[in-house]
Design a protein around this ligand. Structure first.
Ligand code: F0G
Length: 364
């Protein structure tokens, strides 16, 4: 029996293309390349808000996607459309997650992938993903912005499909996260906070919320106010000009000239929101807090959303009880080295119960 035919079909999540088909540019002829992405948990904060943050706070944990980041939502559609158009290879520039996702979906589709990454500046977990899925990995002596400029030129010369978020199918897929949040909550939140790097995701979420509202799927609530957060050493939108040498510990958003700059500022302006900068210190504090008090392990860039909410909360921006969703864009296991910057080293002792007891007595 095919899985699609079994009785429990209702509980079998088929991936975002099938689940939200009516909102996406696909036809019955489109071959769907999927790893059953989406349907990620929306987790209500139960401890952070006991620490003086009097908000109805939720985390959309996109680290629970098949390759551990939100990129899978866009990649399922980008690869499906690439295969539909007869493409035999895909290419992208990446700070890590896009390359991991592109490599996995290209493997699934049975076509080649080429990924350009900034040398020494992507987390090891992400590089391992690209390699294990069989991508042709090219490290460039430059940053993400340099890599993106190169791939944009390459696609003019070779029959290869670009799967960065300037490929419109990427954003179409990513907008489904907003649909899920409305479906999970039963309404749309008052505020939605996201980290901003190349600015595709905030653009996609805003599009998703608007479409869902227009189709009457999130009635009884108004559109959310969009809040975007860049790392202070890589904050071109906040500063109002490209940054030539962006720097941040949150390597996923180490970007100086975002491709969807206008999409991000439109989302901000149309929703009455803000795009602000948070320091690496604020990012690490939020990263540690969400892991140690809520049990959610996200990567540093993801924590920029919570860091920003905490910063605005301190400034008195929110009202008590406001509903706020923070997207946690990627899984912490991709970049485990960062843990050692915020956590204590493990305690080492001899393999004797007495030695361990001495420690237990200090703890309990
Ligand atoms: N969070 C994570 C974990 C990311 O990997 C990215 C982007 C962002 C946030 C920012 O999203 O670019 O849509 O504003 N990563 C891209 C990559 C650039 O190559 O993996 P954005």
């Amino acid at each position: 029996m095919e899985i699609g035919e079994c009785k429990s079909r209702k509980s079998f999540w088929r991936g975002i293309v099938e689940e939200y088909r009516e909102f996406l540019p696909v036809s019955n002829e489109t071959p769907v390349v999927t790893l059953n992405e989406g349907n990620t948990p929306l987790i209500r904060a139960v401890n952070i808000n006991k620490r003086g943050i009097d908000l109805e706070l939720y985390f959309k944990f996109e680290g629970a996607n098949p390759t551990g980041s939100f990129k899978d939502r866009g990649m399922t559609l980008a690869l499906s459309k690439a295969i539909e158009s007869g493409s035999k290879a895909v290419i992208c520039a990446s700070t890590g997650n896009t390359s991991a996702s592109a490599a996995a979906y290209a493997a699934r589709a049975g076509i080649k992938s080429v990924v350009l990454i900034p040398q020494g500046k992507i987390a090891l977990g992400k590089l391992s993903q690209a390699l294990v899925h069989g991508a042709h990995v090219i490290q460039i002596e430059g940053n993400f912005d340099d890599a993106l400029n190169i791939v944009k030129e390459l696609i003019e010369r070779y029959p290869i499909t670009l799967v960065n978020s300037i490929n419109p199918f990427r954003l179409e897929g990513q907008k489904t996260a907003s649909f899920e949040i409305c479906d999970q909550l039963g309404f749309s939140p008052k505020y939605h906070a996201l980290p901003v790097g190349n600015a595709g995701n905030i653009t996609a979420y805003w599009k998703g919320y608007r479409e869902y509202h227009r189709r009457g799927k999130a009635q009884k609530s108004s559109l959310p106010v969009m809040l975007g957060f860049q790392a202070s050493g890589a904050a071109p939108i906040v500063k109002g000009h490209p940054i030539e040498r962006p720097e941040t510990i949150a390597t996923a958003i180490r970007i100086g000239n975002p491709a969807s700059w206008k999409g991000a500022t439109d989302a901000r302006d149309e929703s009455g929101g803000r795009i602000e900068a948070v320091t690496d210190e604020e990012i690490l504090k939020a990263y540690n807090l969400v892991a140690s008090t809520e049990g959610i392990f996200c990567e540093p860039a993801s924590a920029a959303s919570l860091a920003g909410v905490m910063k605005l909360h301190k400034e008195g921006y929110f009202k008590s009880g406001d509903s706020v969703v923070c997207t946690l864009t990627g899984h912490g296991l991709k970049d485990p080295d960062i843990v050692f910057r915020v956590s204590k080293e493990p305690i080492k002792v001899k393999a004797e119960i007495g030695e361990v007891e001495k420690i237990i007595e200090r703890i309990i």
